[in-house]
Design a protein around this ligand. Structure first.
Ligand code: GLC
Length: 390
C-alpha cells in the first residue's frame, strides 16, 4: 500500500521541539504531504524547503485562548468553525489529518468531520494541571475520545498522562522522536575548538543546555548549580518562544545575584546546535516538571557527550542511569552539581564507555526512520480501517 496522503496541521510556526519533530517526519514521509499552519513563522519556510505545500490560515480569537484558561469564548468557537471550513477542501484531498498541537487538533477534528476524514492527534505534552487548566484537559481528552482515530504520544509518560486524564487507552500509540545523527557526525572538530577559544572557554568545563527558555525547562537550576562548580561555564542555547521573555531576564538577574554572570553565556536560538553540543564537555537537561520527551537528551547522546538529565517524564525512557547517561532529581541545583561532579570523577574509560553506548542506543532507538515507520503504522491502520467495507 502506498503511503497515505497526509494533511499536517499545526497552530504554531515557531521552531519548538514538536515543530522540529514535524520537520523530521515530513522529511521522511513518502506519500503526498501538504500542511496548513494556523500562524506564520519560520516553520513555513522549513516545511517548504522539504517540498511540502504550505497554506497559512491565521487563528483569530482561538489564538487568544490560553492553555491555562477555563473555557474558550464564543469568538474562539466561531473561529474553529471558520478555520474548519477553510481546511475542509485540502482535507478532502488527503487520506488523513495529522494534528501536531492541541489547538490544531480542535480545528482538524472539526475539519475532519466536514470532510469525512480521520484525524490523528500527535500529542507532545504531558496533560497535567501543571501546564493546562483542568477544563482544558477535560475538553481535549473528550474531543480525542470522540473524534480522534488515534493519538500518537511522544513517550510512555505522555501516554500515561493521557490515560490518567480519562483518555481512551485503545487510541494511544507511543512513537518516540527520531533525530538525525548525520549533523552530529559531520561536525568539524576544528570548528568546535575555534568556538571555544573565541568564547574564552578553551580551558573551562563547559556545560551545555539547549531548549526554549521557559520556567519549567529549568535553566535557572543550571545557573544556580554553577555556584557549586567554580570551574564550570554554562552555555545556554535557546530563546523564549511563547511569551516567556521575562524568564530570560530573570535568568540574567539570577546569574548576576549569584556572582556567576561571567560564567553564563546566553547563546540564543542557534542553527549550529550539533557543533555547540560537540564543543561542550557535558550536556544537561534541567526541566523541573516532567519532560514529555526531551529531544536535547538524545541530541547530547548523538553529540557523544556525557548527558545528565532530570529524572521525570519521558527522560528515564531515553536514558538508562549509569549505562547510557545519568539522571538527577529535577529542580535541585545541589543534586545536579553533585551528579555532574560524580560524572567528572569517573575514570575516563568508564565515562567513554557510557558515551559510546549512549550514541549507539540513540542511533538505534531514536532514528528518524524508526519514527517515520512508527507514525506510518498508525496512519496506515487508521486509513485502512476506514477502507474496510462495513
Ligand atoms: C515538546 C515537548 C518535548 C518534546 C517535543 C517533541 O516540545 O515539550 O519534551 O521533546 O515536544 O516531542
Amino acid at each position: 500500500m502506498s503511503a497515505p496522503r497526509v494533511l499536517f496541521v499545526s497552530h504554531t510556526a515557531v521552531l519548538g521541539g514538536a515543530e522540529r519533530m514535524l520537520l523530521d517526519l515530513v522529511g521522511g514521509w513518502e506519500g503526498e504531504r501538504r500542511a496548513v499552519l494556523l500562524a506564520s513563522g519560520p516553520l513555513r519556510a522549513a516545511l517548504e524547503a522539504r517540498g511540502v505545500t504550505v497554506d497559512v490560515e491565521p487563528l483569530g480569537a482561538l489564538g487568544e485562548t490560553r492553555r491555562e484558561s477555563a473555557a474558550p469564548g464564543l469568538g474562539a468557537l466561531v473561529d474553529v468553525a471558520r478555520l474548519a471550513s477553510r481546511l475542509a477542501a485540502p482535507a478532502r484531498e488527503a487520506d488523513v489529518l495529522h494534528a501536531n498541537t492541541q489547538k490544531s487538533f480542535v480545528v482538524a477534528a472539526a475539519a475532519g468531520l466536514i470532510a469525512r476524514r480521520p484525524v490523528v492527534w500527535h500529542l507532545h505534552d504531558i496533560l497535567t494541571t501543571a501546564h493546562f487548566s483542568a477544563s482544558n484537559i477535560r475538553a481535549a481528552v473528550m474531543l480525542a475520545n470522540t473524534r480522534a482515530a488515534a493519538v500518537i504520544a511522544n513517550s510512555e509518560a505522555t501516554a500515561a498522562a493521557f490515560r490518567a486524564a480519562g483518555g481512551n487507552a485503545k487510541l494511544v500509540h507511543v512513537v518516540y522522536n527520531g533525530i538525525p545523527s548525520a549533523p552530529f557526525d559531520a561536525v568539524d572538530q576544528e570548528a568546535c575548538h575555534a568556538f571555544r577559544a573565541a568564547s574564552g572557554d578553551a580551558h573551562a568545563f563547559v556545560i551545555a543546555a539547549c531548549g526554549r527558555l521557559a520556567p519549567w525547562k529549568g535553566q535557572h537550576v543550571l545557573v544556580a548549580a554553577l555556584e557549586a562548580m567554580p570551574d564550570a561555564v554554562a552555555w545556554i542555547i535557546g530563546r523564549a518562544l511563547f511569551g516567556e521573555d521575562r524568564y530570560a531576564e530573570t535568568l540574567r538577574i539570577q546569574a548576576a545575584e549569584l556572582g556567576v554572570a561571567d560564567r553564563v553565556r546566553f547563546l540564543g536560538e542557534r542553527e549550529d546546535v550539533p557543533m555547540l553540543l560537540r564543543a561542550s564537555d557535558l550536556v544537561v537537561h534541567t526541566s523541573v516538571d516532567p519532560e514529555p520527551f526531551g529531544r536535547v537528551v538524545v541530541e547530547g547522546m548523538l553529540a557523544r557527550r556525557p548527558v545528565v538529565a532530570a529524572d521525570a517524564g519521558g527522560v528515564p525512557e531515553i536514558i538508562r542511569h549509569g549505562e547510557t547517561g545519568w539522571l538527577a532529581p529535577p529542580g535541585d541545583p545541589g543534586a545536579l552539581a553533585e551528579r555532574i561532579g560524580a560524572v567528572r570523577a569517573l575514570a575516563p574509560g568508564e565515562r567513554d564507555a557510557v558515551v559510546a553506548r549512549a550514541y549507539a542506543d540513540a542511533v538505534a532507538r531514536f532514528s528518524p526512520a524508526a519514527m517515520v515507520a512508527g507514525v506510518r503504522d498508525v496512519l496506515d491502520s487508521v486509513v485502512s480501517g476506514r477502507r474496510r467495507p462495513g
